[in-house]
Design a protein around this ligand. Structure first.
Ligand SMILES: Cc1cc2nc3c(=O)[nH]c(=O)nc-3n(C[C@H](O)[C@H](O)[C@H](O)COP(=O)(O)OP(=O)(O)OC[C@H]3O[C@@H](n4cnc5c(N)ncnc54)[C@H](O)[C@@H]3O)c2cc1C
Length: 422
């Protein structure tokens, strides 16, 4: 991609034509993730759209003037006018293609997309999921010089990257911000030489054939597959939850607590995540009401004691939410008192839901043997029922789901594979 600087902007971008501009930075994992996607798209669309990149830190005045605050940020222009939504963060190829439709039109983009050639990449091991389990397996395999690719639908890091503070990961005297811990894990594995294909759409997985189709275009063929897709937050499944998700209802305190400075918040749940995250939210919010279905909290004693001592936190035990609504700028939670059956109304600024996790298995479409709770059964070496397919971390059947147990699984699967194909 052609690189420009601020003084070129007028001529190269604003003077006319179709232009895509990538504001990038160095030492920026999402910028590294987007670069190969832009390269392949430039090959497809390069005759009709100019693909340009500009170093954000080196052209800060221009970036500020344009309101570009993070890297990467993609801007799309048609005849000097910005024509579509900006894309930032872990941008997927499909999202770029979607925005290109504003530049070239839907039909032209579809026509060009039909001309793209499918590609095949052969590797020894493909790991699905770059959380602690997948990253650790990637590290061990890489150090054993086994050709490995790590595939993730998001940026690397998994659930740790959105955990506020981690205090129980050995080797650090003080609690570590989750995003730093996951960043370090990811950089360690990347530096070793493992290939990353992250922020991609995993279109199809055939575990028998050991084939993974990504971005509906590239097939990864592997000798072994490790599934490390972890878990996602459970939904409550009540009216208003889907409607207001991301717009009043959040499942991630690290991501969203900062928007609730001096505001009131309702937290649903009573386990470790709910209580620890409520404590974190209390650094921002003025009042937190924890709604929990049982008459006692399920969190460990340390977390409970901290929450009980926090003057900003109050509790509605033996209560369950029944519906989420919106009234103007406020969120409304309808809560049932499970003892009296009385329906109560809570007016609040925001709602955080922490009621456990569910395994990310939709893409495997019943190919795997699961336990009664829906997690993948494995043997001692982390093998699944399908030959040459391993599973590690939170997605597997186990009693305790922690960073340390996920990385232990990743270690075991990688060593087992190294013994077979190393
Ligand atoms: C709020 C919260 C706080 C926590 N706090 C702690 C703590 O303090 N200490 C501790 O030890 N543990 C903690 N945990 C648990 C810990 O985060 C997990 O045990 C650990 O992250 C599991 O690692 P994993 O690699 O198995 O999965 P995850 O971390 O869940 O990573 C899975 C990865 O797979 C990707 N993925 C999903 N679907 C697909 C797909 N179809 N294809 C490709 N990739 C896919 C995801 O994007 C993700 O990056 C916490 C969990 C939560 C939710």
């Amino acid at each position: 991609m052609k690189e420009i600087v601020a003084v070129d902007y007028e001529n190269e971008v604003l003077a006319g034509g179709n232009v895509l501009v990538d504001f990038y930075s160095t030492e920026c994992p999402p910028c590294e993730a987007i670069a190969p996607k832009l390269e392949t798209l430039e090959k497809l669309f390069g005759k009709e759209i100019k693909f340009l990149k500009i170093f954000r830190q080196g052209n800060r005045e221009l970036a500020d003037k344009l309101g570009v605050k993070s890297s990467p940020t993609l801007l799309f222009y048609q005849d000097g006018e910005e024509v579509s939504a900006r894309l930032t963060g872990g941008v997927k190829r499909s999202e770029i293609v979607r925005e290109l439709k504003h530049v070239l039109g839907k039909e032209r983009v579809s026509e060009i997309m039909k001309t793209q050639q499918p590609t095949v990449t052969n590797v020894d091991v493909a790991i699905l999921g770059a959380g602690p389990g997948g990253l650790t397996a990637g590290l061990y395999l890489c150090q054993a010089r086994i050709n490995t690719v790590l595939v993730d639908i998001a940026l690397p890091g998994g659930n740790v990257s959105t955990t506020h503070m981690v205090s129980n990961y050995p080797g650090f005297i003080d609690p570590q911000p989750g995003y730093m811990l996951s960043h370090n894990m990811s950089e360690q594995t990347k530096r070793c030489g493992t290939t990353y294909k992250v922020a991609v759409d995993v279109t199809h997985v055939d575990l028998q054939k050991k084939e993974i189709l990504i971005d509906a275009q590239e097939t990864i063929r592997a000798k072994r597959i490790i599934i490390a897709t972890g878990t996602s937050p459970n939904r409550i499944g009540i009216p208003g939850e889907l409607e207001f998700k991301g717009n009043g209802i959040s499942y991630c305190a690290t991501c969203d607590a900062k928007y609730f400075v001096d505001k009131e918040v309702v937290v649903i749940g009573g386990g470790n995540s709910a209580i620890e995250e409520a404590d974190f939210i209390s650094k921002f919010a003025s009042k937190i009401t924890i709604v929990h279905q049982f008459d006692q909290l399920q969190a460990n004693k340390t977390a409970q004691e901290k929450a009980f001592a926090n003057p900003k936190i109050s509790f509605m035990l033996s209560h369950e939410p029944r519906a989420f609504k919106k009234a103007g700028e406020k969120m409304v939670v309808e809560v049932e008192d499970l003892k009296s059956k009385e329906l109560k109304i809570l007016n609040t600024d925001g709602i955080f839901v922490f009621i456990g996790q569910k395994p990310n298995l939709e893409i495997f479409e019943n190919q795997l043997e699961l336990d009664q709770w829906g997690y993948i059964k494995t043997d001692e070496d982390k093998r699944t029922n399908i030959s040459d397919v391993f599973a590690v971390g939170d997605v597997t059947s186990k009693k305790y789901r922690q960073i340390t147990t996920a990385i232990a699984d990743g270690t075991i699967a990688a060593i087992a594979i190294t013994r077979e194909i190393g």
